[in-house]
Design a protein around this ligand. Structure first.
Ligand code: FES
Length: 576
């Protein structure tokens, strides 16, 4: 068996003469000023996900310097390279539309270049899943680190966090409880430092899940972005990347079924973002693992929410860091975890955990016997309105609305929603169910975070804080409310959501996991015949947009492109 090629000899450009390819490569790379000695070292790629549009990644340049220092101290040659970066507020129509493009970019650049191992630097919501999806498919030794959460802001003595408090203050502004001056003041205080949203949004959730999955150094998820500890974590990550290259420890040995199940368990226990189930499904799909939503729901019934963090609780990520970070959560969850799962340290999850001292006192992570919420944060719903599933973040919903029947008030699209939601003539009551169509993977496109349908202004001004809302869209992990999301199949491809009309009755029954459109089957058959797909836009037939429309899968398949997922070999989580 021939020895795999290393360093500059890996992935040679195809000129039909390998020695010439290497000769040419060395000639060009020497223009960077490297010596022959440097070029013989293990080559550690570092993804540069910095962008002037991505404040969550503002610290990436200094993190890269720290990673490089770690690589060189361990005897490797660090080489950074750019990949796509995505910020939630700077990606039209939505960052989810571009997640798969970033995953393709990461995968192909890792595969194309002479990299012995790679440090993946992510942070903002879609970047971590995209990098892990790419790394899973490229299967080159990889280690993830995140930019880390922001510190909290302060307004009138009250702590502020992006973006749970963005939404809370915006809702107060819509209800005329605060004026223009105050909302502008709050706007300047919501994101006081570099880093990712410091509540349990998608970035925090995915960071904790990735650490639980074993793809990050222990403790890496919760360190605030601007702490010196974050730089030390980067240096250690660089050093470990050199060891990974020597050990040839590839992602398929770490992201095993057990590791993904650990991540799913952590998602439930942290009351994490609903987006993470889509992302973990996509990552698992790259490894031939199909996440079964009903099994995930069963896992949820025996996994309580332990973390008291916004938006469902009261603390922020810096508090979780002070409380010991993920290790404190894992210690409580231990009986429910696969402790023998291998991690990027070369040790198992339980070995890593044994090396971390428990905090003497903390109040962010509750004990298993006295949790924040007795079941996992996310429940999976089925019924004639969602034959392929829908989800609700029950830990962030109003208990009184968890069994609710109401009259549908339907918005046909995002534009229709924007046009009419605040119309004083809108026929809507607090007991109604707001329904948004055509906001799913193909509908919007990109399944935007529009599921947090605003409370109609006239009701907000009467003090209504929550209503049942249903859509095929996603919702920011920082949001809260009785909101049913990810309805599959989506309305834009003729899923039952497309058939809902104003005045229909809808029943939501979270305890029994049901979502029903109370319209008889004969009427639904008639409506199905009358249904017409939304007209294609002028740009829908070219470029990435065409690829997206042609191949994106539904939410229950992680919204990955069908040709990127591996052949399914196992369904997870494996629950009795
Ligand atoms: Fe980047 Fe929230 S916008 S993590």
């Amino acid at each position: 068996m021939s020895t795999p090629k290393r360093g500059m000899r890996r992935n040679l450009t195809a000129y039909g003469d390998e020695e010439f390819s290497l000769f040419l490569r060395r000639a060009f790379i020497k223009a960077m000023g490297y010596t022959d000695d440097a070029l013989e070292r293990p080559i550690i790629g570092i993804t540069n996900t910095y962008s002037g549009f991505n404040a969550c990644h503002r610290t990436v340049p200094e993190l890269i310097e720290a990673v490089k220092r770690g690589v060189m101290l361990a005897g490797g040659l660090p080489v950074e390279f750019p990949t796509i970066t995505l910020h939630e507020s700077f990606a039209y129509p939505t960052s989810m539309y571009l997640r798969n493009l970033m995953a393709i970019d990461a995968e192909e650049m890792i595969r194309a270049q002479p990299i012995d191992s790679v440090v993946l630097i992510g942070g903002c919501d879609k970047t971590v899943p995209a990098l892990l999806m790419g790394a899973a498919s490229a299967n080159v030794p990889a280690i993830l680190m995140v930019t880390g959460p922001m510190l909290t802001g302060n307004h009138k003595g009250e702590r502020l966090g992006a973006c749970t408090d963005c939404r809370r203050f915006w809702a107060r502004y819509r209800a005329s409880e605060i004026d223009d001056h105050e909302i502008n003041e709050v706007n300047s205080k919501l994101c006081p430092t570099a880093g990712t949203c410091m509540v349990m949004g998608t970035a925090s959730t995915m960071a904790l899940c990735a650490e639980a999955m074993g793809m990050m150094l222990p403790g890496g998820a919760a360190i605030p972005a601007v702490f010196a500890e974050r730089m030390r974590n980067a240096e250690a990550t660089g050093a470990r990347a050199v060891a990974l290259a020597k050990e040839r420890l590839t992602p398929d040995r770490i992201m095993t079924p057990e590791a993904i199940e650990n991540a799913l368990r952590v998602l439930l226990a942290v009351g994490g973002s609903t987006n993470a189930i889509v992302h973990l499904t996509a990552i698992a799909g790259r490894l031939g693992l199909a996440v079964d939503l009903d099994s995930f729901d069963r896992m949820g019934r025996e996994t309580p929410v332990l973390v008291d963090l916004k938006p469902t609780g009261q603390h922020y990520m810096e508090d979780l860091y002070n409380a010991g970070g993920l290790a404190t959560i894992l210690r409580e969850l231990k009986p429910l975890l696969h402790g023998k799962a291998l991690t990027v340290t070369g040790k198992t999850l339980e070995q890593n955990l044994a090396e971390v001292r428990a905090p003497e006192k903390q109040e962010v992570v509750k004990p298993l016997r006295d949790p924040v919420f007795k079941e996992g944060g996310i429940a999976v719903l089925r019924g004639n309105l969602a034959p392929d599933g829908a989800i609700i973040k029950q830990s962030a919903a109003s208990e009184k609305l968890m069994s609710h029947t109401g009259r549908a008030v339907v918005f046909e699209s995002l534009d229709d929603l924007a046009d009419r939601i605040d119309d004083p003539q809108l026929d809507v009551n607090a007991d109604d169910v707001l329904v948004l169509k055509n906001a799913g993977p193909k509908g919007a496109p990109g399944m935007p975070e529009a599921g947090y349908i605003p409370i109609p202004r006239k009701l907000a001004q009467q003090g209504v804080k929550d209503m049942v809302r249903i859509s095929d869209a996603r919702m920011s992990g920082t949001a809260f409310g009785s909101i049913v999301l990810h309805v599959a199949p989506e309305s834009a491809i003729g899923g039952p959501l497309a058939l809902v009309r104003n005045g229909d009755r809808i029943r939501l029954d979270v305890p029994h996991r049901r979502l029903e459109l109370l319209v008889d089957e004969a009427e639904l058959t008639l409506r199905r015949k009358q249904w017409r797909a939304p007209a294609a836009g002028a740009e829908d037939n070219r470029g990435y947009r065409k690829l997206f429309f042609d191949t994106v899968q539904q939410a229950d398949r992680g919204c990955d492109f069908d040709f990127l997922a591996a052949k399914v070999t196992m369904r997870i989580p494996r629950m009795p």
